[in-house]
Design a protein around this ligand. Structure first.
Ligand SMILES: Cc1ncc(C[n+]2csc(CCOP(=O)(O)OP(=O)(O)O)c2C)c(N)n1
Length: 324
């Protein structure tokens, strides 16, 4: 992958958008504008940005409940995501899903799911449908290291390999499932090795380096489209914030968080651009100002959007089938 100045600006802006959007979420949560659960992606931005760079509009993405970043980069507008977090009707899921259930079929972003590992079998089904209908596109299933403990993980990998499905598995290994470190639940903590045992071409990469993620994802997507076989990427990453806004974070040392912050995606990228002599060409202040406007507009939009009317309460409980 050739890191042009245009690409460098794009990667930097996108990672910063996720970071600033979520920092705003913390503020809004503290003032109770956003309620319910809120899981922040801060620290993991390089995965969403690098991965989505490799995808075309035709490809589908399924993610977890820590999915604001993926949704924003996949093309759901900041306004639509913010209104959803406010529980308002103009949100991408009409305010019915909230932070954990962002969804937008137009962007081919099929959730946001509160169920750990829940997106995996859905992604396998979508990839199977593509294969049966000869559509040369990729379905991406993004999940955390905690999903490895679920039966769905093993069943999904097995069927994807057995049926040679065009699916990209992306494990965001941030090393913790809520308050439990991976080493306390898994005898094999190199997750890509588990995928290899299902005969899936697998790779472990530095998930803090947006360029490495973009390169690996581009190669994976190309392989999947050529062979119609699954590929597995384990991205080593770290969340800088607690599991959710309710977590007192007693399970890890502050020094560990500090060490990881020093190799955070924005820090690593800035260093790389300096080495390449590109950093001075990144208009940091203008990018910050642009992002601030986007976020301010999103908040204003969410504030002005309505709650769904009470008479719609039972709407969408059952799907509405037209006989026409
Ligand atoms: C099927 C299921 N089991 C348990 C839970 C409770 N739970 C919520 S988050 C979580 C940890 C998941 O960790 P991981 O997959 O590593 O994702 P991360 O939060 O690190 O991004 C658990 C066990 C759940 N939501 N769904």
């Amino acid at each position: 992958m050739n890191l042009t100045i245009e690409k460098a600006k794009e990667f930097y802006s996108k990672m910063l958008l996720i970071r600033r959007f979520e920092e705003k979420c913390i503020e809004l949560y503290s003032s109770q504008k956003i309620r319910g659960f809120l899981h922040l992606y801060i620290g993991e931005e390089a995965v969403a940005v690098g991965l989505c760079d490799a995808l075309s509009e035709d490809d589908a993405v399924l993610a977890t409940y820590r999915e604001h970043g993926h949704a924003l980069i996949r093309g759901i507008s900041a306004k639509s995501v913010m209104a959803e977090l406010y529980g308002k009707i103009d949100g991408c899921s009409r305010g019915r899903g909230g932070s954990m259930h962002l969804f937008d079929a137009k962007s081919r972003f099929y959730g946001g799911s509160a169920i750990v590992g829940g997106g995996l079998p859905l992604a396998v089904g979508m990839a199977l449908a593509d294969k049966m209908q000869n559509r040369n596109r990729v379905t991406v299933a993004i999940f955390g290291d905690g999903a490895v403990a679920e039966g769905e993980f093993h069943e999904s990998l097995n069927l994807a390999a057995l049926w040679e499905l065009p699916i990209l598995f992306v494990c965001e290994n941030n090393q913790y499932a809520m308050g439990t470190a991976l080493k306390y639940t898994e005898s094999q903590t190199d997750i890509y090795k588990k995928a290899e045992s299902y005969n899936i071409h697998s790779k472990q990469i530095d998930g803090m380096d947006v360029v490495e993620v973009a390169k690996a994802a581009a190669r994976a997507v190309e392989d999947i489209k050529d062979t119609s076989k699954p590929v597995f990427l384990e991205c080593l990453t770290y969340r800088f914030r607690a599991h959710s806004m309710f977590d007192a974070e007693l399970y890890r040392e502050k020094t560990e968080v500090k060490v990881w912050k020093e190799k955070g995606p924005l820090v690593v990228f800035e260093k790389k651009l300096k080495e390449l002599g590109l950093w001075s060409e990144i208009p940091v202040e203008a990018i910050e100002a642009d992002i601030k406007d986007t976020i301010d507009e999103a908040v204003e939009f969410a504030e002005n959007s309505e709650l769904e009317p009470l008479e719609d309460l039972e709407k969408f409980v059952y799907s509405e089938v037209s006989n026409g």
